[in-house]
Design a protein around this ligand. Structure first.
Ligand SMILES: Nc1ncnc2c1ncn2[C@@H]1O[C@H](COP(=O)(O)OP(=O)(O)OP(=O)(O)O)[C@@H](O)[C@H]1O
Length: 205
């Protein structure tokens, strides 16, 4: 269970939002919507523990995330809109490094399978800098197919993706929710994710 109570976000000297509260149970999806600058990315970074709220609290399984530290990070996949991948390395090396940094060395072949699932079969060993924007986004999202974690926090996961990749990511999120996972995502597209327990949070801007 992920919960947020009375979150207020201030960036610079500007209050971006206040009073944001929600509870997300296993198998549930939260779609965060709002115009440019309304604070969607800021909210996701607060939910990840990467940005401190001005006031309010985020809890995971009833515990404040600031007390859980690394234990909380090991429960979540965060894919920000900057991808977080290294241009000089190949897609496969990026996934191996990601797994190593998370303290979960991967079985041989698991990363390659994840890249194939993302439609990158045959491009595993290409330096990422020679991939297109959409292919780079696929590499960043391949971590979702590589190791299961209960909470996925995805910032504009469909940006730069073509229809085929959107369908792959939708299916990944739906399978995750069916397994009892939780997902929070922002999107400007009308991507339809099937989920019986979907919530929408509208930031005003
Ligand atoms: N490092 C920062 N310092 C000061 N202000 C910031 C910083 N980062 C973001 N902001 C401001 O916070 C506000 C919210 O930004 P944020 O990126 O969270 O919005 P968003 O809803 O995700 O926007 P978009 O739809 O354009 O991605 C914006 O007004 C932005 O200028």
């Amino acid at each position: 269970m992920l919960s947020a109570t009375h979150l207020t976000c201030v960036r610079g000297d500007q209050e971006i939002f206040r009073g944001v509260s929600f509870e997300l149970a296993p198998g549930s999806l939260l779609q965060v919507a709002g115009p440019n600058g309304s604070g969607k990315t800021s909210l996701l970074r607060i939910l990840c523990g990467l940005l401190a709220p001005e006031s309010g609290e985020v809890r995971w399984a009833g515990e404040p995330i600031r007390d859980l530290g690394d234990e909380y990070f090991s429960k979540l996949h965060y894919v920000g809109h900057l991808n977080g991948i290294k241009d000089e390395l190949s897609a496969l090396e990026n996934l191996r490094i990601f797994a190593g940094l998370s303290g979960e060395p991967i079985e041989e072949g698991r990363a390659a399978d994840a890249l194939r699932r993302m439609g990158l079969g045959g491009r595993e060993d290409f330096p990422v800098k020679r991939l297109s924007q959409g292919q780079k986004r696929r590499v960043a999202l391949a971590r979702l197919a590589m190791a299961d974690r209960p909470l996925w926090i995805l910032d504009e996961p469909f940006a730069a993706l073509d229809a085929e990749a959107v369908a792959i990511v939708q299916a990944l999120v739906e399978e995750h929710l069916e397994r009892g996972g939780l997902a929070v995502l922002t999107t400007h597209q009308a991507a339809e994710i099937r989920c019986a327990q979907a919530q929408r949070l509208q930031l005003a801007g």
